[in-house]
Write a protein that binds this ligand. Sequence first.
Ligand SMILES: [Zn+2]
Ligand SMILES: [Zn+2]
Length: 139
Amino acid sequence: MERTGQCLCGQIKLTINDDNAELDVCHCKNCQLQSGSACAPFLAVALDNLSVDGDPKCFADRDTVSSRTVRRHFCSDCGSPAYVVVERAPTTAYVFSGLLEQTSDLRPKVHGWTTTKHAWVEITEGGLQYDMDSGLSPR
Ligand SMILES: [Zn+2]
Ligand SMILES: [Zn+2]
């Protein structure tokens, strides 16, 4: 199944061809800072299965708990975060699922960094939870 998505202004368009893409939710402080939100839901897809139209800017986020660089791609016009690539899994793109058009079938499989989860966020749908190590599944 093909999924499509775009940033708020439409300059960046994403197409994903991956039937096994899994939804992971990150509650880490850096994702909160980048997204301005309580958590960041990511669709983990192989980079090869993601095509990107447009020219996202990349912020190299080096101030991480693991001290490994996280490359955060975003739209430089409207500011939408688009996708993230972590050093530990360089062939995986974590796509912010808020950009996607088709999301009704998605349920989180893993919640990472729940030590910094906002208190009002209740995890009700099951799925694995990790205090620290994100446990986000590389593809
Ligand atoms: Zn944009
Ligand atoms: Zn995170």
